[in-house]
Write a protein that binds this ligand. Sequence first.
Ligand code: GLU
Length: 431
Amino acid sequence: MLRFAPSPTGDMHIGNLRVALFNYIVARQRGERFILRIEDTDRERNIEGKDREIVELLDLFGIEYDDLIYQSRNISFHQHFASKLLEEGKAFPCLCSEEELERERERAQKERRPYRYSGKCVDLSLEEAREKGGFAVRVKRPGEPISFRDLIKGELTFAPFDVDSFVIVRADGRPTYNFACAVDDMLSDITMVIRGEDHLSNTPKQIYIRRLLGYGKEITYAHLPIILNREGRKMSKREEASSVKWLLEEGFLPEAITNYLILLGNRTPTEIFTLEEAIGWFDLTKISRAPARFDLEKLRFINREHLKRRSPQELARLVGVHPSLGGLVELYLEEASTLKELRERVDRIFSGEREFGEFEEEGRVLARSIGEIGELPKDFGEFKRELMERSSLRGKRLFKPLRILLTGAPHGPELSELYPHLRDHIERIVR
Ligand code: GLU
């Protein structure tokens, strides 16, 4: 069983989507089930409606899951397992106040050493803690290092000092992320976890928790290198292009975003492919250990390739114009890479706004001439001859203003190719 475990605390980041895709692909390859687990235990950070957005996005990207679990529904299990660890003496109650811990953190920072729990409550008995009330639960620091093999990073070992005596249940009864996650992965019989490398230091803690609980099965881990922006810095949540919603609004197709995220920092047999094709050859161990660099230009190229695979009718639907304009939209794939850009090109044709510049007079003459022709010839050559005759314009003085008149832009696809698509709409175009 594999899982995608997002927190409903913000817009979906491309890094999250990449994690979802990889888990889904590997689940399909291994013939295992795949679940969506909404990690909503940290109530203060949850944002209303973000869980629904996650569900809608997975749907849009064709990432199918077998079950949807809300982590908060497992809280009674988290508390049960914490009590078990307390009773077995593998965890201890902690009465240290937030202020006290904060002071220790500050001191560690000043002394430039990593903060670790002082160990003050490690021998506190449960009875004493119960009398005083309001205690957190911490696991005892492990006696030996925790090692595991990561599919991408290789063999890793964490010292007991780095795992530390960490909190598993807060004084108000809420489980911490590491504890809830470790228990849930155990309860769902997760076999493999693929996630971002920002979770790397959490992994020994989660492995340790399951060992303390006596769970014998090993989970395979793969931590994906982070995604950097063009400048080589970590792609922050505030950068537009890191938001899946923004990319969709810009007119990137889900299949193109999918293609790009699978290609990123990877070695693949082809550059342009579908999710189904990738399931056939995807190999997690080929993912580069170095951070991947997000390149919007590359995504634009891939998007255009996927747009080219769509039929004219589909293009018209995606752009939101009448199906009869599909062929016209297709021609603009020559210069546009997103649905938004395609829409702008087509809108400009029908906008009625014309900037003729130095060809103001010619523009007027041509509009009048077209009006006089009546039924327009099917053939562009014939149309051109008719116009030359009626307007007496030639060369640049004919073609520059004609292009602007017909398309609203000084440059674009060949007029002879555009003409058959524009002909039936000429009254709406030349006003
Ligand atoms: N809720 C965590 C996140 O969104 C889950 C990490 C994990 O996959 O365990 O990053």
